[in-house]
Design a protein around this ligand. Structure first.
Ligand SMILES: Cc1ncc(C[n+]2csc(CCOP(=O)(O)OP(=O)(O)O)c2C)c(N)n1
Ligand code: SF4
Length: 334
């Protein structure tokens, strides 16, 4: 058996022609994944990528591992079944904001509350890419698209607040244009036992170009990106500004005008209340956080299920499928 740490990124690149538009943010996410998996020390045959439908969902074709481009919105259900029957696999669900939050929204929230040991990567480009630019559940209010020519009236989802509300045990955000950060978050999500939910901001340069410019443009990103580091004060804008809490209300303070580092909010990813407050940094009045918002250790669904089956077998014996199907009330017609 060859383990991944004897392999390189090139070994994880499949022979399939990549069919994303030139310049699409999906390329960077693929590249970071291909360079992280060799460091995880897992056998290649023990890694599986399962996606739904969308541009992002073409991802499994391009990873030289097992994979399945499955049914629209249903990757969580298929991945759950696979994990239960093969608990040793490292399983990655690849989905988009349309696939995971429109048609697949229900499947996603139930995966999160069950805490199956999987990694979910939601590529959020705030648009339906594959079907050529209709608004999605994360598109901003007033968004003009082919399906909302007068502007969208739908209040958008905040994916991280949704994940926290569904009691996800690992919740993080990263972005296609920060490769190092994305690789760190992918590794951390693999280390976490339970469902890891990662929102990745991804530029669709054809149908929604520049949506995340505030977080990628050299001139804008310092003022708008807040990198979360465990045990560290919330500081941004090259150390000039910070965030403090007034009760549970976040306030921006200027460190060049007398505010002290000692007054700042210290990031603790095990604090669910503060994670929720961070997830609400969602408009232009506060910088946008990137990193691990929340993590907790909680029993995984597949472990509990397998224990329950073992216990039932201990009490009732192995069981026999034919007997079960025949039941106690079957008879032979003479
Ligand atoms: C049952 C069904 N309904 C609708 C579609 C059309 N459809 C294909 S992909 C998609 C949305 C894709 O958006 P997203 O998940 O954001 O992925 P992206 O293409 O942007 O990566 C839709 C509505 C479909 N293929 N099947
Ligand atoms: S349509 Fe958008 S998301 Fe899809 S491949 Fe092209 S740039 Fe990427």
């Amino acid at each position: 058996m060859e383990t991944t740490n004897t392999l390189s990124a090139r070994d994880f690149s499949s022979d399939q022609e990549v069919k994303w538009c030139p310049g699409c943010g999906d390329y960077s996410i693929l590249k970071q994944m291909q360079s992280v998996v060799p460091e995880l020390g897992i056998a290649r045959e023990d890694i599986v990528f399962i996606s739904g439908i969308g541009c992002s969902s073409r991802f499994p074709y391009y990873m030289n591992t097992y994979g399945m481009h499955s049914i629209h919105g249903r990757a969580p259900a298929i991945a759950t079944g696979l994990k239960i029957t093969n608990p040793d696999l490292s399983i990655w669900v690849i989905t988009g904001d349309g696939d995971g939050l429109s048609i697949g929204g229900n499947h996603l929230i139930h995966l999160l509350r069950r805490n199956v040991d999987l990694n979910v990567l939601l590529f959020n480009n705030q648009i339906y890419g594959l079907t050529k630019g209709q608004y999605s559940p994360t598109s901003e209010l007033g968004k003009k698209t082919k399906s909302s020519p007068l502007g969208s009236l739908d209040h958008p989802f905040n994916p991280l607040a949704l994940a926290l509300g569904a009691d996800a045990s690992f919740v993080a955000r990263s972005i296609d244009r920060d490769p190092k950060h994305l690789r760190e978050i992918l590794s951390a999500s693999h280390q976490h036992k339970g469902t890891s939910f990662i929102e990745v901001y991804q530029n669709c340069n054809v149908f929604n170009d520049g949506t995340f410019l505030n977080f990628t443009d050299k001139k804008l990103k310092d003022e708008n990106v807040l990198l979360l580091e465990e045990g560290q004060p919330l500081v941004y804008d090259q150390g000039k500004k910070g965030i403090r809490l007034n009760g549970l209300k976040p306030e921006i303070v200027n460190l060049e005008e007398g505010a002290s580092l000692n007054d700042l909010w210290i990031h603790d990813s095990r604090d669910a209340t503060k994670a929720y407050v961070l997830s609400r940094f969602f408009d232009d009045s506060l910088p946008r956080p990137f990193g691990i918002f929340y993590q907790e250790d909680r029993p995984c669904y597949e472990d509990d299920l397998l224990d329950q089956i073992d216990h039932a077998k201990g009490v009732q014996g192995e069981g026999d499928l034919d007997d079960l199907l025949r039941g106690k009330r079957s008879w032979t017609v003479g």
